[in-house]
Structure formats: C-alpha cells, structure tokens
Ligand binder design. Structure first.
Ligand code: GLN
Length: 422
C-alpha cells in the first residue's frame, strides 16, 4: 500500500521493458495501474506502521552462531574487504562441496561445479537469465515463492505451474497435472523443497515424478533448497541432484541465510554440471561480479558444523508447534508444515473469504501481520486469480521463526481477534 507509483507518471519508462513484465508476473500492478512494492516489503512496512507483530516476512529475530559472527568481524580486521573471486572464495566453494558430499553423497569439483552467489536470489536470477529465453516455458509449483515468478519474467520465459493441493495433513503437488504442464517447450522445472510458502517437503516419489517429466522432455531442473536443514518430525530432505541420473541436468541452489540465521548476509551458492555452471557464472559476473568478502570465509568456517542447523531445526519444530496449536485453538484450519519457517492457515472457518483484506484488517485491528497466500499465486492477464489462488483465497502464511514469547503473544492476539470475528 506504500510505495505507490503512478505508472502514467513514469513518462517514457512506461509499461514496456522487463521491469513491467516482472511487476505483472509478481502481481504488483494494481487495477488502477499503480505499482506496489513486494508483498514482503509491504507487510513489513505495515507491521512497522501499525506496531503489529511481524509474522509476515520470514527472518529470524535472533542472531546466528557467535563464532560465525566473530569470524566475519575477524575477516574484516584481517583485510578481507576487496573483491573476492567472482566464483567465490575458495574456502567457501570447498566447504559447499564437503557439505554436499557429507549430507547427500554428491561429489562436486569446487573449481568448476560450484558458484558462490549474492544469496539464493542471485543464484536464481543468474540461472534464469543464463538458461531461459523468450519462448521457453518454466514450470514451478503454485503457490510459489515470488522470486521464482520474477526471475522467469526477467528472462522472458513463460511461467507454467503445477498446483499444490491442500490435504488435511498438509500440501502435496498435484502430480496428475504434470503431464499437461510439462511438454516440449519446457526448458526447465524450478522446484523448491522444503516448499515456501506451504512447508511441504517433497518425497522421493514426488521428486521422481518431476525427474521423469524432465527426462521425457529433456528439460533441466533447478532446485531451491534454502530450507534444506529446517525439516521436522524426522522428515528427510532429498536433493533432486541425488536421484539417479539427475545430477547431470540439475542446478542445486542453497544459502547460509536460513541455515545460519543471517538472511541479511546474502551468501548463497549453486552447483551443477560444469557446462551449466560456466553459463551461469558468465551471467553472474555481470550482475554483482562478487560480494560479501568477509562473510564468505565466515560461512565457510561454520558450514562444517552440523550441530548448528540441527539445534535450529529442533527449536523451530517446537516453535512451529506453539504457533500451529495456537492457530488451531483460535479456529483456523492449520496445514502443519514439514519444514521451512512457515505455516499456512485457513481463516475460512472464521467466516473469512478474502485473505488479502483479512491480512490488512488483522494488522491494524488484531496486531499481527501475516501474508495472504494469494500473493504467491498467479493472476491471469485478464486480472482474474488462478484456480489455485481461488482455492487458497482465505489462507494466510505465518512465520514461526520468532522467539517463543513473540509467538505466544501473537497467538493471544490472534485468539482474541478470531473470537471477535465469530
Ligand atoms: N524468504 C523470505 C520469505 O519468504 C523473505 C523474502 C523476501 O523478503 N524477499 O518471507
């Protein structure tokens, strides 16, 4: 609602150029032609202006491990303040290769098969720009993380989606839709598991179904695995690249932000077969060239310490339970997540039909910010929401990566607000 820009005031910039494709693909062009900021910025601003508790944008409210923070400070003092190598500091590329070998049995050459990026976001953008062009179709799940839609549009690709269907025990991809969506024009399939916003963790069988479709149409696969360690209840994260034969056609993306609670450091990476990594590196060097000189060795120093993400996942599982049980008691229908920072809850039992309006009212009158799941869904060129958006119109994504006392307070507020609605 802030960041209003009147398109007619943009003069010669106008409604052409990739910026407009990006704005449209992410649903930021309003019916009056003005352009909104991203839903995360909008909701974080709304939390700031209303004083509401921000369970919208997913970022932790406590710092990551002290030893890693100290390592970054020491790196600054030791002079790691100029451009690191464009492909990434050697110690971090090696740490990424070791991590993938230790956790998933993947063998990577840190020289030619690993690329450090400015967060997973740049990894996604560089990958799409390098590998996708006009006429190419890119398949994602829906709802999807907004950056996925934005980067497809940035590359001029056409976005197709496979719906996530809500079941009483969580969301699952509609594999029956796969055959109709993946076809000869599919250049790549872009998946995120654990899945933001639904919290689903794709099973090996589900990944196999996407892998089969990719093989059948000779498509590439890109997987955004930034929540790889944040899985609950003993559920296993399976990287697509670990499936038989898939390493040759898969780009795997992850980052330090979620695993080590440093979302502002923007240290990400990707790996894949060297010919694809070369193509992506060629683009990446002209986006940021390089970034995060002191942060790269700091992340390298902690990436071998599996106790850090294990402790975070355990504590997050407890916080998930606090929020899920609270939402359930307040009268929402809760889709319990298997991973990520997020839970999707349906406000329909409270009489809500429009999740977007509900989120605005909840922030102002209930003191809690969530994100309407419709913001992660498609809008057609006719301005009509997609079938998935319709099905999820009354659902909201809340994050539980906040301290327990914040969640308890949020649950109290949600309970009072829901009671007043009913
Ligand atoms: N990944 C975080 C979320 O989904 C933040 C995204 C962002 O601010 N761009 O909330």
């Amino acid at each position: 609602m802030d960041n209003l820009t009147d398109v007619s005031a943009l003069g010669s910039v106008g409604m052409t150029g990739r910026w407009f494709d990006v704005a449209r693909a992410t649903g930021l062009v309003r019916t009056d032609g003005s352009v909104a900021g991203s839903i995360f910025a909008e909701m974080t601003d709304l939390a700031a202006s209303t004083g509401a508790l921000n369970l919208g944008q997913g970022f932790p409210d406590v710092d990551g491990p002290a030893a890693m923070l100290d390592a970054a400070k020491a790196a600054i003092d030791a002079g790691f303040n100029q451009y690191p190598p464009s492909a990434g500091t050697e110690s971090l590329r090696r740490a990424v290769a070791d991590h993938q070998a230790r956790h998933y049995g993947l063998t990577l050459d840190p020289e030619s098969e690993v690329l450090v990026t400015t967060g997973a976001s740049e990894a996604l953008a560089a990958t799409m720009l390098a590998l996708v062009g006009p006429g190419d179709e890119v398949v994602t799940l829906e709802p999807y993380f907004d950056t996925h839609a934005a980067t497809i549009a940035l590359a001029g690709g056409t976005h197709r989606t496979v719906p996530m269907l809500a079941h009483p025990d969580g969301f699952r991809p509609d594999l029956d839709a796969l055959a109709a969506v993946v076809g000869p024009r599919t250049r790549l399939i872009l998946l995120n598991s654990p899945h933001n916003p639904t919290g689903a963790v794709l099973t090996r069988a589900e990944l196999e179904a996407f892998a089969d479709a990719a093989r059948r149409h000779d498509a590439l696969v890109v997987t955004d695995e930034v929540y790889e360690h944040l899985v609950f209840d003993g559920v296993a994260h399976v990287p697509m690249a670990s499936l038989p034969g898939m390493a040759d056609r898969t780009i795997t993306i992850s980052s330090a932000g979620k695993t080590f609670s440093v979302t502002g450091w923007k240290i990400g990476w990707l790996h894949g077969p060297s010919h694809l990594v070369t193509a992506i590196r060629t683009v990446k060097q002209y986006l940021t060239y390089a970034s995060g000189a002191p942060f790269q060795p700091a992340v390298a120093s902690v990436l071998g310490d599996d106790a850090v993400p294990r402790a975070l996942a355990a504590s997050l599982q407890g916080r998930r339970d606090v929020l899920c049980e609270g939402l359930d008691r307040a009268g929402f229908e809760v889709y319990r997540p298997q991973g990520t920072y997020f839970v999707v809850a349906d406000a329909a039992p409270l009489g809500v039909t429009d999740g977007v309006q509900f989120c605005r009212d909840l922030a102002r009158e209930g003191g809690v910010v969530g994100i309407p799941v419709a913001a992660f869904c498609r809008t057609g060129d006719d301005g009509r929401p997609s079938a998935v958006a319709d099905a999820l119109a009354s659902t909201v994504r809340f994050t539980f990566v906040k301290q327990e006392h914040v969640l308890t307070e949020a649950v109290d507020r949600l309970t009072r607000y829901a009671a007043a609605l009913r």
